[in-house]
Ligand binder design. Structure first.
Ligand code: GDP
Length: 300
């Protein structure tokens, strides 16, 4: 798109107030989608202060710029809130009224982002809404998130370019949706008659292990699981080769064991369809795209 000059890119940095304010002053946007963040949960334990600055105070910088510039009437703001707010879940499934209990510096930084968005809405009448998005994936997902890590490894193993896949907590359960469906919902949130907060999820939950089994199946590899805990292994039923092992270095100091959202509010008020892309279709698409991607990879 931007190669056709339909999108204009600017340099921006969420940790730089003057830069954020100057950009908003110059562009005078009708809508801002604040998706900027250090978004990796494990990395947030290693860079907690940076994560707080970019994800928490960064959100404040956007809101305060709109307020300072007197653009409350013009600019709508979408804040990318997250299911990580629910962390140690207080009820299943999680909905807009479920109490938060974040479990990582990322979750805690996003908690500030959520509340400061609500506060600026109430204090200054800004059209500012939170989308509480559960995990959303696509072939463009970062390579260190578990879904993409798995589909890349599956493709490399199937093409003889990798021996094994090492994972952390395979019992962890997530509500995985397709990013393109969720982005559509972000837009719907800003077109709604009034600013509000919405859970965006599919309402279905799967383990990391299930994602793995299905991804390998897409590549024609039938996985059998043996052992438990750190000794658990995923074995190719046809060849007897161990393809998946546990490496505790991927464990987190505090884990979010399970996440499953209730998208009723978004379905009812926004007319959004939470199950447009099924779990099976998502895994299939990610493996198919990585098979092509890995096919083009060169190894020295
Ligand atoms: P998150 O839900 O935002 O933390 O997204 P991730 O894709 O990073 O992780 C999803 C879940 O998979 C978490 O509970 C992780 O602990 C778990 N998991 C298990 N093994 C791995 C791994 O090797 N890498 C990552 N990133 N997560 C893993």
């Amino acid at each position: 798109m931007h190669s056709q000059r339909k999108i204009k890119l600017h340099y921006g940095d969420m940790t730089d107030s003057m830069n954020v304010t100057a950009l908003i002053m110059k562009i005078k946007p009708d809508e801002i989608y604040n998706l900027a963040a250090q978004s990796h949960v494990k990395v947030s334990f290693e860079t907690p202060e940076y994560t707080a600055n970019a994800d928490g105070v960064g959100t404040l910088r956007v809101l305060e710029a709109v307020h300072l510039l007197g653009m409350e009437e013009k600019t709508k703001i979408y804040q990318a809130s997250t299911s990580e707010l629910f962390g140690l879940v207080q009820e299943v499934p999680q909905k807009e009224t479920t109490p938060f209990y974040p479990r990582s510096p990322y979750g805690v930084a996003k908690l500030y982002g959520y509340w400061i968005t609500k506060n600026y809405r109430e204090a200054y009448n800004i059209f500012a809404s939170n989308g509480i998005l559960f995990n959303h994936e696509s072939p463009r997902r970062g390579e260190t998130f578990v879904t993409r890590k798995i589909t890349l490894a599956v493709s490399r193993i199937a093409q003889g370019k990798q021996e094994k896949l090492y994972l952390g907590n395979m019992d962890s359960k997530r509500d995985w949706g397709h990013a393109k469906d969720y982005v559509e919902c972000m837009w719907l949130i800003l077109q709604h008659e009034k600013p509000d907060d919405f859970v965006i999820a599919t309402g279905e939950m799967h383990t990391v292990r299930e994602f793995c089994t299905l991804a390998f199946k897409e590549a024609g590899i039938d996985i059998e699981w043996r052992g438990t805990g750190v000794e658990e292994k995923g074995i190719d039923r046809n060849t007897g080769k161990v393809l998946i092992e546990v490496d505790p270095k991927y464990f987190r100091p505090t884990e979010v064991e399970q996440l499953m959202g209730d998208p009723t509010k978004a379905r009812t008020l926004l007319g959004w369809n939470p199950t447009k892309t099924t779990f099976e279709t998502l895994v299939k698409e990610m493996v198919a795209e990585d098979m092509k991607f890995v096919g083009k990879e060169e190894y020295i």
